[in-house]
Design a binder for this molecule. Structure first.
Ligand SMILES: [Zn+2]
Length: 446
C-alpha cells in the first residue's frame, strides 16, 4: 500500500463526468437531510421556494440559497443548546466540539458526530498521502491542541495512515525544536507564520540550522502563505524541506490540498466537496478558468451541522490546466488568494494583503515579519508598512528599502510609508497572524 500514489485510487482518478454525477447524487442527499432535519435550513429553503425534489441538475443547485457565517452565529447559543436549529442529529450523538477562531467576529460552534469526525480524518488522509506522508514518517505537530480544529484532524489522519505522531502541545518553541532534533521527526504541520517563526528561533536563539534537521516535508494551513511563491520559498529554504499548502475551515472541513507535483495551486477534493465559484458582486456562478470569485462550498457528507452552499468568502479561481499527478480533481490556481472581505480599496486601488506578503518575502535582507496599517489623513488614505531588516543586511538598509518600495509599486500600484524596525521587534504569532490593520473606519483615525 505504501507504493500507492493515491490515498483513494478510485475516487482520485474518477473521470470528470463520473465525479459530477457523484456530486449531484450526494448533493441531493445532503440537501434533503438538512431540509428534513433542521428548522434553520428548512426555513431559508422554504422562503426561496426550493424543495429536495426540485434538485435535478447543477443549475437547480444554484437556486439553493447560500448560508453565511453571520447566519450561523445568530442561531447558536439557543436550543438545542448550544448549537441551535441547524443541528440535524440528537444532541447525544454529538461527540466532538470545536469552534471557529473568531478572526472575523464571535466564534461559531461546530458539533460533529463520531461519524463526522471519522470523515474529517478521512479528508485529511487524502491531503497527507498526496503530500508524501507514509507509515515510515515520524510527524511532529507543534500546535497548542485546544478548541480550534486546526491540526487536530491532521493528527488523527497521520495516525490513520500509520505514521508515528508526536503531539507538540504545550511545549514552547525551543522545546519543540529540541524534540524534533531528539526524535528525528520527518514531517510537521503548522501555519506558515509559525513555521517561519520556529526557524527564526532555531537560528537566532539556539544556533541550530533548521535545514540540517530531519524534517523533509511540512504541511501548512490556516493562512495562504504556502501558496504565495516567495513565502513558500522562504519556508522551503529555512527548513530544507518541501512545503505544501492546505486550505480548510471549521464550518466546512478539509476541502483542498497541494499535491507532491506542486502545480502552483490546490486540488479541490471533488469526491467529498462541491465547490462553486460566484461573482463577488452579482453572485453569478461561473465555470471559466482565470476569473476570480468567492467560493460557495458544500461538504457532501457532513451530517451533524451540515455545510450546504456555505458562502466562505474565500477568493479563488479555477486553473485552466489539469495537474500532472493524474488526479482528476480540479485545481484552483495559486491557492486561496484572499478573502472577499479582506480585499479592500486603498486610494481607489484594490489591494489584497497577500500581494504585500508576496513582495516582502521576495526581498532579500528583510525578516519574515511585517505589519500593514491603513489609515486616513484628511481625505487621503495612507499605508504604513513596518518591516525588519536582518542583522546581516543592516549596512544595506537604504538599498533594501528602495528595492522594497519599487517592488511594492510594481506589484500593487500603491505607495507606502516604509518604516524599518529593529530585529525581532514586530509581534510574533503562534497560530494566525494579524498583520493587516485598517483603521479608516475607526473614530481615532479620523
Ligand atoms: Zn496534483
Amino acid at each position: 500500500m505504501t507504493d500507492q500514489i493515491y490515498w483513494n485510487p478510485v475516487l482520485e482518478t474518477l473521470p470528470r463526468e463520473k465525479i459530477r454525477q457523484l456530486q449531484l447524487k450526494k448533493f441531493k442527499k445532503i440537501f434533503k437531510w438538512a431540509y428534513e432535519r433542521s428548522k434553520f435550513h428548512r426555513k431559508i429553503y422554504d422562503e426561496a421556494g426550493v424543495k429536495p425534489e426540485d434538485i435535478r441538475s447543477f443549475e437547480d443547485i444554484r437556486r439553493v440559497p447560500s448560508v453565511e457565517k453571520s447566519m450561523m452565529r445568530d442561531i447558536q447559543r439557543k436550543d438545542p443548546f448550544p448549537y441551535g436549529d441547524a443541528l440535524c442529529v440528537p444532541l447525544e450523538e454529538v461527540a466532538v466540539f470545536r469552534q471557529t477562531s473568531g478572526t472575523t467576529g464571535q466564534p461559531v460552534y461546530q458539533p460533529d458526530t463520531w461519524q463526522d469526525w471519522e470523515w474529517w480524518t478521512e479528508c485529511w488522509s487524502y491531503i497527507l498521502w498526496a503530500q508524501g506522508y507514509r507509515p515510515r514518517d515520524r510527524v511532529f505537530i507543534p500546535f497548542g491542541y485546544n478548541i480550534f480544529v486546526a491540526f487536530w484532524a491532521g493528527h488523527y489522519a497521520a495516525e490513520k495512515i500509520g505514521c508515528e505522531v508526536i503531539p507538540g502541545g504545550v511545549l514552547d518553541t525551543k522545546a519543540r525544536i529540541l524534540k524534533i532534533q531528539e526524535l528525528q521527526a520527518t514531517a510537521m504541520m503548522g501555519t506558515p507564520t509559525y513555521i517561519l517563526g520556529m526557524a527564526e528561533t532555531a537560528q537566532m536563539k539556539m544556533e541550530i540550522d533548521p535545514s540540517e534537521l530531519t524534517i523533509d516535508k511540512i504541511t501548512c494551513a490556516g493562512e495562504c502563505g504556502a501558496s504565495i511563491p516567495s513565502t513558500k520559498s522562504r519556508l522551503e529554504k529555512a527548513w530544507g524541506a518541501k512545503v505544501y499548502d492546505h486550505a480548510g475551515a471549521t464550518e466546512i472541513g478539509a476541502w483542498s490540498f497541494e499535491c507532491q507535483d506542486q502545480p502552483g495551486g490546490l486540488h479541490v477534493n471533488d469526491a467529498l466537496f462541491l465547490v462553486e465559484i460566484a461573482d463577488v458582486e452579482t453572485g453569478e456562478i461561473f465555470e471559466e478558468p482565470g476569473r476570480r470569485g468567492k467560493m460557495i462550498i458544500t461538504a457532501l457528507d457532513r451530517r451533524a451541522q451540515p455545510c450546504v452552499r456555505f458562502d466562505s468568502k474565500d477568493v479563488i479561481e479555477w486553473s485552466a490546466e489539469p495537474c500532472s499527478c493524474g488526479r482528476t480533481a480540479r485545481l484552483i490556481k495559486g491557492g486561496v488568494v484572499g478573502r472577499a472581505d479582506d480585499i479592500t480599496k486603498v486610494k481607489g486601488v484594490l489591494l489584497a494583503p497577500s500581494a504585500i506578503e508576496e513582495v516582502v518575502h521576495g526581498v532579500d535582507g528583510l525578516g519574515d515579519e511585517y505589519e500593514v496599517i491603513v489609515d486616513r489623513v484628511g481625505h487621503t488614505d495612507r499605508i504604513k508598512l513596518k518591516v525588519e531588516v536582518l542583522p546581516e543586511a543592516q549596512d544595506q538598509c537604504q538599498l533594501v528599502e528602495s528595492e522594497l518600495a519599487d517592488q511594492l509599486r510594481l506589484k500593487t500600484n500603491l505607495r507606502y510609508d516604509i518604516e524599518i524596525c529593529g530585529c525581532e521587534t514586530l509581534p510574533r504569532y503562534e497560530v494566525k497572524a494579524k498583520r493587516f490593520k485598517d483603521l479608516r473606519n475607526k473614530p481615532e483615525a479620523e
